[in-house]
Design a protein around this ligand. Structure first.
Ligand code: HEC
Length: 111
């Protein structure tokens, strides 16, 4: 299951290519639960179509994540339940470590 998920991420990383920085060391898929590269891929494959790689794209009315000031719980709520043009990612972003990581990633996009 985890393997298949990594595989999907790997495929997606080719489709959505953001060219931000290094994603070239995927060969040694780490044993850690979730790596930085995976979180980045998670964001790029699920979120960047509207938010852009740096959170500022604003497609389909998406809010600029670099100027957002939502709290962690509110970000989690948006991801789980969606809002207006923002779809729900319930079941796509897994509750727990994956969710926590992506919430932190969203916060890290702030200026
Ligand atoms: C189909 C386009 C789309 C995708 C894909 C998308 N979003 Fe959004 N997002 C939106 C829109 C539209 C809003 C504004 C919702 C509203 O009206 O408040 C939004 C708002 C948000 C907000 C709230 C920002 C604020 O300050 O109110 C967060 C956080 C967020 N998105 C994170 C994510 C994350 C993380 C992902 C990927 C898991 C994601 N979004 C994927 C369209 C999208």
């Amino acid at each position: 299951m985890v393997l298949r998920f990594s595989y999907i991420l790997f495929i997606f990383s080719f489709i959505v290519s953001c060219n931000l920085s290094d994603t070239s060391k995927n060969e040694t898929e780490s044993k850690q639960p979730i790596s930085k590269a995976e979180i980045k891929h998670l964001f790029e494959s699920n979120c960047s179509s509207c938010h852009g790689c740096d959170g500022t794209l604003g497609m389909s009315g998406a809010k600029d994540l670099s100027t957002s000031n939502l709290k962690k719980e509110e970000i989690k709520d948006r991801i789980q339940n969606g809002k207006n043009g923002m779809p729900s990612f319930e079941g796509i972003i897994q509750e727990g470590e994956q969710m926590d990581s992506i919430v932190s990633y969203v916060i890290s996009l702030r200026k």
